[in-house]
Design a protein around this ligand. Structure first.
Ligand code: IVH
Length: 669
C-alpha cells in the first residue's frame, strides 16, 4: 500500500537535508550522488502531485525561486561594521597594546581566523528558519538576496536545533577551482571574465535568476552570530554554536592566548595560503570574551576588539621586454607589458597590465626597465614600480604611438575616459575581436569560426566586415591555407544555422559598446526590431527599464553611424533575424495576441519557461516585471509582490486554470 504522502514528503525532506549537510558541511557523504538524486526526484514528484504538502524549507526549494528584477534594500538589525586593517607586525603589536590598555591589564585571549576574500552576508533565522539574507551594503542597509542565498548549500534553510532566532554573519566565497571553471566557460561563451573569485562571487550574488546562482558553486563560512540571551561568554562559544546549528565555521579558526601565537599562525598561513582551495587576503584576530569586546567598544566603522592583518601582495621583479598595444573590438587601446617570464603565486607571468598612457608616464616606465609586478586580488598582475637604478643607459622615455599598430590609422584620446582609441572601423585588430565576439557561443554561436579561422579570413581579405561573412563561398574558403573542404563546409553550415538565432542574440553579436547579452534581450523584447531601435530617440531608449543614459547613448550613436549601415544591410539581406520571432508567429490568433504578459509564482503543470514559450507562440510577449504596460498577470502558487502590484494597477489576473483554458482554446497545449 502506498505510504501517506504527507509523511513521505516530511521523511524525504528531512533525509535529503541530512545528506546535504553530510555532503557539504561535513564533507563526508553517506550515499552516492545517484541515490541522492533518486530521493530528490521522488520528493519533487510528490510535491508536484500534492503542492499543498510542500514544506517551506523543502530541499527542492533551494532552486527555482522567482527571478527578481531588483533586490529590495532592507535595514540591518545591527550595523554591519568592518574591520580595521594592519599591514605589519608593528601595526598589530600596537593594536595589542591598545587592547591591553583598554582592558586595564585584565587577562584576555584572542580568536584567530582566516580573512576569507569573498562577500559578507548576514542571515536572519527566525525560529530556526532562514527568513532573510542581506548583503553588507553601506553597513546600515543592504540588498535582500534571500532567494540567491537559499541556493548556497552550506547555508542551512533550517538550523539543526529547534527554536533558534539569531543573526549569522559570514562570507560567501567561490573556491579557486570553481572560479577557474567559470571563467573557462565564460571565455568559451564570449562573456567578459571575472578578475578574481571575489568579483565572481559578488557578480553571482547579484544575478536575478536563482537557478543560475545555483550553478555558481558558492559557499559560505560563518564567522559571527548574535542572539539575545544565549548566555554565551565568548566568541568561541558562539562559533561552536554555529557549528552545532549546521553552519560551516572555517577549520583554521583557533584560540590564541597571546599575540605571539597569532604571529606564528599568521606566518604559517602566509607561507601556505596558496595551498588552500579558496582565496584569503589575511587573518583576523578578535578578542574572545564578549564582555571585553563590549568594553572596548567600536569606532565609527569598526570594533576596537578586532583587527585584520593583511598579507602582502604577491610580488616579483622582472625585465620589461616590450609594450604591446591591445586593440579591443570597439577600438579601445590598452597597453600591455611584455615581461621576461617570472614565477609568481603559482603561475608563470609573462604579461602584465599597464592600464593606460597616464600610468606609464607617471611611473616613467621604459622598455628595458626592471619592473616590480604585483598580483593583488586580480588574475592579471600589474606593474607597480620601476627600479630606476637598474635602468639601462640607453632606455628612452616611452612614447605612446599615435598610430594604431594594426591599421596604422590615427589613435585618438578620449578626454573623459583617459582611453585611447583607434577610430577606424575597418581596423583588422578590431575586426578580429568583433568577429570573435560575433561568433561566440552566447552570440551567433557559429561553429567553425574560431580565432584561427577569423585570422585567416581577415588576412585573405575575404572578410572586411561582419556582413561579408554570409557571402563566403565554399571554393574560396576551402582554398585558404590549412583549411580544407571539410572545415570550410563546417564553417558555411555554421553560418547558415546562425541565421536562425533570435534577434536579441543578433543585437548582442553586433558588439555595440555597453550592449551585453542581458541588455540586448531587454532591448529586443521592448522594441521588437532593429528598425524600431534605429527610430527610437535617446529619451525613448532611456525610458526602457534597466537602460541607462550610457547604454542609450552608445546604442543610438552606434546604430546611426554611417559605417554600420552597409554592414546591417548585408546582414539583413543574408536573412538574419532582425525582428523578434513573436511578431512573426502572432498569426496564431489567440487571447494572448499582442498582450504583454507577466508570469509569476509556481505553476503545477508548466515551468515558467514553458508557459512563457506558450504565450509567445500565441502572439503575446512576456516580461519579467509588472508595470502599467502589463496586460495580464498569470499567477501561480506563492505568487509574491508581483501579484500585489498587478492588483494595485488593476491588471487582469489569471490563475493556472484560467491560463490553461485559454491555451487550450487556442489549440496550443
Ligand atoms: S569579522 C566587525 N571575520 O572582511 C567586523 N570578517 O571588513 C565583522 N571577512 O567584508 C567582520 N573573513 O566580510 C570577519 N573571519 C572573518 C572574516 C571577515 C572575511 C570580511 C568581512 C568584511 C571584511 C572586514
Amino acid at each position: 500500500m502506498a505510504k501517506d504522502p504527507a509523511k513521505r514528503v516530511a521523511e524525504l525532506s528531512a533525509e535529503l537535508e541530512e545528506h546535504l549537510y553530510r555532503y557539504h558541511v561535513l564533507a563526508a557523504p553517506t550515499i552516492s550522488d545517484q541515490a541522492f538524486d533518486r530521493l530528490l526526484q521522488e520528493l519533487q514528484a510528490l510535491e508536484k502531485a500534492h503542492p499543498d504538502l510542500k514544506l517551506p524549507d523543502s530541499p527542492t526549494s533551494r532552486v527555482g525561486g522567482e527571478p527578481t528584477s531588483a533586490f529590495p534594500t532592507v535595514p540591518h538589525v545591527r550595523p554591519m561594521l568592518s574591520l580595521d586593517n594592519s599591514y605589519s607586525r608593528e601595526d598589530l603589536e600596537a593594536f595589542d597594546r591598545r587592547v591591553r590598555e583598554g582592558l586595564a591589564d585584565e587577562e584576555y585571549s584572542y580568536v584567530f581566523e582566516l580573512k576569507i576574500d569573498g562577500v559578507a552576508l548576514s542571515l536572519i533565522y527566525e525560529n530556526s528558519r532562514l527568513v532573510r539574507a542581506v548583503t553588507r551594503g553601506d553597513g546600515i542597509q543592504g540588498d535582500e538576496i534571500t532567494a540567491n542565498a537559499r541556493t548556497i548549500p552550506t547555508i542551512p534553510l533550517r538550523l539543526r536545533q529547534p527554536g533558534i532566532s539569531c543573526e549569522v554573519r559570514g562570507e560567501v566565497y567561490m573556491e579557486n577551482a570553481a572560479f577557474a571553471a567559470l571563467n573557462i566557460q565564460r571565455e568559451k561563451d564570449g562573456e567578459p571574465l571575472f578578475a578574481n573569485p571575489r568579483n565572481s562571487t559578488a557578480g553571482s550574488l547579484k544575478l536575478q535568476n536563482p537557478n543560475l546562482v545555483a550553478t555558481r558553486n558558492l559557499r559560505y563560512f560563518a564567522y559571527w552570530t548574535h542572539r539575545d540571551d544565549d548566555g554565551a561568554q565568548c566568541h568561541s562559544e558562539r562559533l561552536d554554536a554555529l557549528r552545532e546549528w549546521g553552519l560551516v565555521v572555517n577549520p583554521a579558526t583557533e584560540r590564541c592566548a597571546t599575540v605571539g601565537e597569532v604571529f606564528a599562525l599568521y606566518d604559517r598561513y602566509a607561507a601556505t595560503r596558496e595551498e588552500l582551495p579558496y582565496e584569503i587576503d589575511g587573518v583576523v584576530v578578535k578578542i574572545d570574551r564578549l564582555d571585553q569586546q563590549e568594553r572596548l567598544g567600536n569606532t565609527a566603522k569598526s570594533p576596537r576588539s578586532a583587527m585584520a592583518y593583511k598579507f602582502p601582495a604577491y610580488q616579483a621583479r622582472t625585465a620589461l621586454l616590450d609594450i604591446h598595444l591591445q586593440i579591443g573590438r570597439t577600438g579601445a587601446v590598452t597597453p600591455v607589458a611584455i615581461l621576461e617570464p617570472v614565477p609568481l603565486a603559482g603561475s608563470t607571468i609573462s604579461r602584465a597590465s599597464l592600464h593606460n598612457e597616464d600610468e606609464i608616464r607617471r611611473k616613467d616606465i621604459r622598455i628595458g626597465d626592471t619592473v616590480l609586478i604585483e598580483k593583488g586580488g586580480d588574475i592579471i598582475p600589474k606593474v607597480v614600480d620601476v627600479d630606476v637604478k637598474k635602468r639601462p643607459k640607453d632606455a628612452a622615455q616611452y612614447q605612446f604611438p599615435d598610430q594604431c599598430p594594426s591599421c596604422q590609422g590615427p589613435l585618438t584620446r578620449d578626454a573623459a575616459e583617459v582611453k585611447i582609441r583607434c577610430e577606424n572601423p575597418s581596423c583588422p585588430a578590431q575586426l578580429r575581436r568583433r568577429l570573435e565576439h560575433f561568433a561566440a557561443r552566447n552570440a551567433m554561436d557559429i561553429d567553425g569560426l574560431g580565432p584561427a579561422v577569423v585570422e585567416q579570413l581577415i588576412a585573405s581579405e575575404l572578410v572586411q566586415d561582419l556582413g561579408d561573412l554570409y557571402d563566403l563561398e565554399l571554393e574560396r574558403v576551402s582554398a585558404l591555407e590549412r583549411m580544407g573542404k571539410k572545415s570550410a563546409e563546417n564553417l558555411l553550415a555554421g553560418l547558415e544555422r546562425s541565421k536562425q538565432q533570435p534577434f536579441n542574440r543578433v543585437l548582442f553579436a553586433l558588439g555595440i559598446r555597453h550592449v551585453g547579452g542581458t541588455v540586448a534581450s531587454i532591448l529586443a523584447r521592448e522594441f521588437g526590431s532593429l528598425a524600431a531601435l534605429q527610430e527610437a530617440s535617446i529619451e525613448a531608449l532611456e525610458e526602457t527599464p534597466e537602460i541607462g543614459p550610457t547604454i542609450a547613448q552608445s546604442l543610438h550613436i552606434s546604430l546611426a553611424a554611417p559605417e554600420i549601415q552597409p554592414v546591417l544591410d548585408k546582414l539583413v539581406a543574408a536573412g538574419l533575424q532582425f525582428e523578434m520571432a513573436a511578431v512573426a508567429v502572432s498569426a496564431v490568433e489567440s487571447y494572448f495576441s499582442g498582450k504583454t504578459v507577466v508570469i509569476t509564482g509556481t505553476l503545477a503543470n508548466y515551468s515558467r519557461d514553458e508557459a512563457a514559450a506558450l504565450v509567445e507562440r500565441l502572439g503575446g510577449k512576456t516580461t519579467s516585471s509588472v508595470s502599467k504596460k502589463t496586460d495580464l498577470l498569470v499567477a501561480g502558487d506563492k505568487a509574491g509582490s508581483k501579484l500585489g502590484k498587478a492588483q494595485d494597477l488593476g491588471i487582469e489576473i489569471f490563475d493556472e486554470a484560467a491560463f490553461a483554458a485559454r491555451v487550450q482554446e487556442a489549440g496550443a497545449a
